[in-house]
Write a protein that binds this ligand. Structure first.
Ligand code: ISQ
Length: 160
C-alpha cells in the first residue's frame, strides 16, 4: 500500500511474513526448489535462462545450484518485509542490489518473469503454511515481493 509516496507496511503485515517465514525457514531449501519447479512448469522457457540447468545432464530438481538461488529469493522477500516496516523502503545492500540488477538485465529477465515468480512464490507459501494462510498474508507477502522487485528493477538497464 502506498500513501502520498510513502510505503505503508504495517507491523501486522510484517508479523504475518515473519511468522510464516519462521515456520518455512527450516524447509527453505525444499520450498525454494518447489518454487522454481512451479516457475518452470508455468513458464518452461525460463529453464533455459539458467546456464547451470541448460548445460547440465542432471534433472533440474537434482541440480545443486538451483536450491541456493531459490532460497535467496525467499530470504530476501522476508528481509524486505522487515525493512519496509522499519524504514519505509527496501534497504538491500547497495552492492547486492547493483549485482542483482545487472544480472537480471544480463540474463534477459523481463516483467513477465517477475510476475510468474510472484504467483509461484505465493502458491508455494500457501501450500507450505495452509493453516496460517489468509488474504492478509497474501497481500503482505505480495507487497514485500513487489517492493523488492521494484528495488531490483531500479538497478536494471532502461531497456528492461
Ligand atoms: C531469475 N531469478 C528468479 C526467478 C526467475 C524466474 C524466471 C526467470 C529468471 C528468474
Amino acid at each position: 500500500m502506498e500513501s502520498e509516496g510513502k510505503i505503508v507496511f504495517t507491523e501486522e503485515q510484517e508479523a504475518l511474513v515473519v511468522k510464516s517465514w519462521s515456520v518455512m525457514k527450516k524447509n527453505s531449501a525444499e520450498l525454494g526448489l518447489k518454487l522454481f519447479l512451479k516457475i518452470f512448469e508455468i513458464a518452461p522457457t525460463t529453464k533455459k535462462m539458467f546456464s547451470f540447468l541448460r548445460d547440465s545432464p542432471i534433472p533440474a530438481e537434482q541440480n545443486p545450484k538451483l536450491k541456493p538461488h531459490a532460497m535467496s529469493v525467499f530470504v530476501m522477500c522476508c528481509e524486505s518485509a522487515v525493512q519496509l516496516r522499519k524504514t519505509g523502503k527496501v534497504t538491500v545492500r547497495e552492492t547486492t542490489l547493483k549485482r542483482l540488477g545487472a544480472n537480471h538485465s544480463k540474463y534477459g529477465v523481463v516483467n513477465e518473469h517477475f510476475e510468474v515468480t510472484k504467483y509461484a512464490l505465493l502458491e508455494t507459501i500457501k501450500e507450505a503454511v495452509p493453516e496460517m494462510w489468509s488474504p492478509e498474508m497474501k497481500v503482505a507477502w505480495g507487497e514485500a515481493y513487489d517492493h523488492l522487485v521494484a528495488a531490483i528493477k531500479a538497478e536494471m538497464k532502461p531497456s528492461n
